[in-house]
Design a protein around this ligand. Structure first.
Ligand SMILES: [Mg+2]
Length: 203
């Protein structure tokens, strides 16, 4: 997994977030503060610009730049959580994409203190990591993330702003799980042929 491949992934994620910005915001307006689409769109636009301005020459540096950009540019919960995801991935990308995503997921769990079933991005990211750890493809991981996203609809939120609504949060799809499903969709579209290549495959 080299810097060019990861740039393609993050660029595609930025495109998907931009295209679905209004949908993400509509989901967040139902159970949050209506800023998830604009926050993620602004953050990923900044990431793509930062990577283009001074392209990092290795995968770890690229992921670190991505994480620090999101932490500094995106407010609310999503900046620190997505930032942590990428920063933790930076430390493990030498082992391959699946171990890196698992490390990122563990960072998100530690930072957000959410558990599976709390109606957060964890509910999309966890199933995707499980699929990859079991040897599944990125396409299968993306499907697992999408299924996890769909499964947030009936849940009562136990973390984040949506939890203030209590039972009234049920019946709405979680915006964070929705953007995370886009992250995995982007991975399947751009990295599907190169998954499983660790550092040994990258000169
Ligand atoms: Mg929000």
């Amino acid at each position: 997994m080299n810097a060019a491949q990861l740039t393609a992934w993050l660029t595609r994620f930025a495109e998907l977030v931009h295209a679905q910005r209004d949908e993400l915001t509509a989901l967040d307006s139902a159970i949050g503060d209506a800023d998830h689409g604009s926050n993620m769109d602004r953050g990923m636009t900044e990431v793509v610009a930062a990577l283009a301005e001074a392209p990092p020459d290795d995968a770890a540096a690229l992921l670190k730049r991505t994480g620090t950009t999101l932490v500094s540019k995106v407010g609310g919960a999503s900046g620190p959580l997505y930032g942590t995801l990428f920063l933790r991935m930076a430390g493990a990308i030498g082992d391959g994409f699946a171990p890196a995503l698992r490390a990122g997921f563990e960072g998100v769990l530690a930072r957000g203190k959410a558990e599976p079933g709390d109606k957060t991005m964890v509910d999309a990211l966890g199933p995707a990591c499980d699929v990859l750890d079991a040897g599944g493809s990125l396409a299968e991981a993306a499907q697992a993330a999408a299924d996890g996203r769909d499964a947030t609809v009936p849940l009562v939120a136990r973390k984040g702003r949506a939890s203030y609504l209590g039972e009234r949060s049920a019946g709405h799809q979680d915006p964070g799980a929705t953007s995370t499903a886009l992250l995995l969709q982007a991975a399947a579209e751009t990295l599907g042929g190169v998954q499983g290549q660790g550092e040994e495959a990258t000169p």
